[in-house]
Write a protein that binds this ligand. Structure first.
Ligand code: ATP
Ligand code: MG
Ligand code: MG
Ligand code: MG
Length: 475
């Protein structure tokens, strides 16, 4: 079996042998870019190279990039646990050309890597191109011999890639793997483009040609460029002969750790399995975000992290844990990934302290909040209602620390929705009152705990340009 570590190395070597500079992953906090919440793709750190604003001493690069897609433009938080292929944290393998090669070579490299180096079965691969990109379709067919009926055309949503609302963008061409008829929706018309897990997108080749400005206009880049991204977890799924990312070595060993801690087996119970997957996924995001300097807080990046952590903590409770456990799984993540991420692994003790502190505090209120929510559900059900009032959602948020998406997630299985407009009104009202009698916020107490921790255990490096990170990068 090819491990994730071996695959990551193999990819980087393949491109190094073809003139690419291997560049380390950048931080999950996108430095110098206030338009991005978290690093969401390999190209982020090269944005200025694509725009022609930065010159490096290489024109070809390859990376394995840490990414988080929770909040912001590419938000996959709601997909986690529901699909076999989406994570909040994942690693993106990528090769890049800054005005050097373009479509022909990019397609040739991708196909050679998959079908010759990894020896994937061509009869399970499909490709897509942007609606009118005949050039790319012809390259796939004439140069690589891919039959026309295996080449699909899709529009803007799938085949025109943008980093965010502004920035480099362009038409793209994607490669899909057929997980087989036993996987996914099972509908007779299931095909590439279906949202289910059967036809899994593995690799996106973006032909960067434009810069989108704030008013939406597209200006051509100084030179056409290439940006590609392949999810390491997904190509592991293919290479390890499984059909879910959670069955690859990367995720399965975390689930194994959760099995040990909980005494419950994976695969024995559907609800427990979902909880184990959510905890495994969120432990990775938690570990890497904190290692990169994000701390749980009530706004911005810190709040996205807090939401991820609290969701995992609730699932831990569903699995039967009544004492902190996420700090252990997060530490396990960093320890088992130390080979590829030695710097992050050095921060494992700090990560554990932050997570444990957050978990101890939340466990105190989680049980009470859940009880109140259950009473509310019972009461509403009696009345035949299906909407949780905004005031209840707000009380859970304000008094019990329940992020709104956590409450939504909890009540969904009972067929309930939230009165979000009502929640917003409560929130606005509270802000107004807070402005009228401000006495200092409780949050400062927490912030000072983290500050003390940071002072005891770590040096904190000022990162200057980053406007929203609380304490900069922890070194
Ligand atoms: P999908 O359609 O499956 O959500 P995407 O089109 O949003 O993927 P891209 O932005 O094209 O993804 O990113 C390039 C590659 O990164 C994808 O082809 C996939 O292999 C991987 N990838 C994207 N999102 C995730 C995720 N949430 N978890 C794991 N891998 C991902
Ligand atoms: Mg997506
Ligand atoms: Mg896609
Ligand atoms: Mg894509």
């Amino acid at each position: 079996m090819m491990t994730a570590d071996a695959l990551r190395t193999r990819f980087l070597q393949f491109f190094a042998q073809r003139g690419h500079q291997v560049v380390p992953s950048s931080s999950l906090i996108p430095h110098n870019d206030p338009t991005l919440l978290f690093t969401n793709a390999g190209m982020n750190q090269f944005k200025d190279c694509f725009l022609g604003e930065e010159k490096r001493d290489y024109v070809r690069a390859a990376t394995s990039q840490k990414c988080v897609r929770a909040g912001g433009k590419h938000n996959d938080l709601e997909n986690v646990g529901r699909t076999a292929r989406h994570h909040t944290f994942f690693e993106m393998l990528g090769n890049f050309s800054f005005g050097d090669y373009f479509k022909k070579e990019a397609i040739a490299f991708a196909w050679e890597f998959l079908t010759q180096d990894l020896k994937l079965d061509k009869s399970r691969l499909y490709v897509t191109v942007f609606t009118d990109d005949d050039e790319a379709a012809d390259i796939w067919h004439q140069q690589e011999g891919v039959p026309r009926e295996r080449i699909f055309r899709f529009g803007e949503k799938d085949n025109f890639w943008s980093m965010g609302d502004t920035g480099p963008c362009g038409p793209c061409s994607e490669i899909f793997w057929d997980n087989g008829p036993g996987v996914g929706c099972g509908r007779p018309d299931c095909a590439v483009g279906c949202d289910c897990d059967r036809y899994m997108e593995i690799w996106n080749n973006v032909f960067m040609q434009f810069n989108r400005s704030a008013d939406g206009t597209l200006a051509p880049l100084p030179k056409p460029a290439v940006d590609t991204g392949m999810g390491l977890e997904r190509i592991c799924t293919v290479m390890q002969g499984v059909t879910s990312n959670y069955d690859t070595d990367l995720l399965r060993r975390i689930i194994g750790h959760i099995e040990q801690l909980s005494g419950k087996g994976y695969g024995a119970d559907g609800d427990n399995d979902v909880s184990m997957r959510v905890i495994a996924d969120h432990s990775r995001a938690t570990a890497f975000l904190i290692a990169d300097g994000v701390l749980p807080s009530n706004e911005g990046r810190g709040y996205v992290l807090r939401r991820i952590m609290r969701r995992a903590m609730r699932h831990a409770r569903m699995l039967g844990f009544d004492t902190p456990v996420l700090y252990q799984t997060a530490t396990f993540v960093l320890e088992t990934m130390a080979g590829a991420y030695p710097e992050e692994a050095k921060r494992a003790a700090f990560v554990a302290k932050v997570v444990k502190n957050e978990e101890e505090r939340f466990i105190q209120t989680l049980g009470n909040g859940l009880r109140i929510l259950q009473e509310e559900i019972d009461r509403l059900r009696h009345q035949g209602a299906t909407t949780i009032p905004g005031a209840v959602v707000f009380k859970l948020y304000d008094t019990f620390g329940f992020p709104v998406d956590l409450t939504a997630d909890i009540v969904e299985k009972d067929g309930f929705a939230l009165d979000e407009a009502g929640f917003d009104r409560c929130m606005a009202q509270q802000r107004q009152q807070a402005r009228e009698h401000w006495k200092g916020s409780g949050e400062e107490g927490i912030a000072s705990i983290y500050k003390q921790l940071a002072e005891q255990g770590l040096q904190v490096e000022f990162t200057g340009y980053d406007k929203t990170a609380d304490f900069g990068t922890i070194v």
